[in-house]
Design a binder for this molecule. Sequence first.
Ligand SMILES: [Ca+2]
Length: 367
Amino acid sequence: MKRLSLLVLTLIIVALLPIAIPIHVAKAQTISVSDPTGDDRGIGTYGYPSGGGVFKDGVFDITKFEATVEGDYLVLRVYLRNLGDNPWNGPNGWSLQYVAIFIRTSAPQPIERVDTMGLNFLLRPDYAWHYLVILAPGWGEPGAPVPAGEKSALYYANGTVVMQKPGLFEAKALPDENAIEARISKSLITDVENIAKWRIVVVVTSYDGYDPVKIRSLTAAPSGEWQIPATAYAKPEQTSKIAMAIAKHVAPRVMDLLVYSDEYPNGITAEQQYQWLSSFDPDKGLPAVVPSLPITTQTVTVEKTVTQAVTQTVIQTQTLIQTTTQTVVSTATVTTTQTVTDWTMAGVLGVVLLLIGIAIGYTIKRK
Ligand SMILES: [Ca+2]
């Protein structure tokens, strides 16, 4: 009988031990923000260049932005209405786009910047960037980071720059998805566990390897072969201000803009983009500020659904509906999936049972 009890105890301990060993914690976070289509007109008046017939409709039109943590990497994806293939064989898989992603983390940083590296607008101080990711087609070997060279670059606010490098910071096109992807090692950036709390500004414009800052310049003309025609959709009364802004270098060299923040969790409208990017003052030589001041009053309705399962997997879905005087066509979802398995109690139980088994075994042996 005693032998039977000992056998049962031993079997229980053996069964419990394997599950008491691992401590498994898995986390995944994703931000997804959509952007209106057809707003690839910069301040509202820009057209596409005609050069070489390569600037196909939609190549500068952001449709969605995603940030997600995948294993040891922060992955940023900018989706376009049309990637436009790769007419000049950019080594990273695209030729036409210059993508800038300004990141303000939720962690205070000693240095932050509001300049935009030649895009000719400023960020509002509460959107000042800690990191700037510039995604470029990647010509040249060994090459240099933009704007000195043509490789993709990760800038820190103190001026330090990391050039694209396999396994550390990768940039590539996803042609089937009309997307451009950056894959950044977590070792290069902080606060990755809080990406949903970041403030992110995404710009797409036309890449130009012959320009000093690698951004295609503007012309005040209504059409342009190798320059952005800034008055293609302008009303007659707008053209002189745009021409002066180009001359004073305060006309934003931006085709499309997306903002993600606590203030704009579901992105921005085309009208907000046009209004903010048009907030320059050529008479005073002042560039536009994004988002512009003063902050417009908005009515925001928030619907929140939280589902919790007993398996300790938490799926949190937030749907935010924004009502303004303008039509909102963008939506955003913030999904947090967290799987946490706590083996502490199982471990303690296993050890206690093991000690009991040894004690009983010792007692039996003494008898
Ligand atoms: Ca867009």
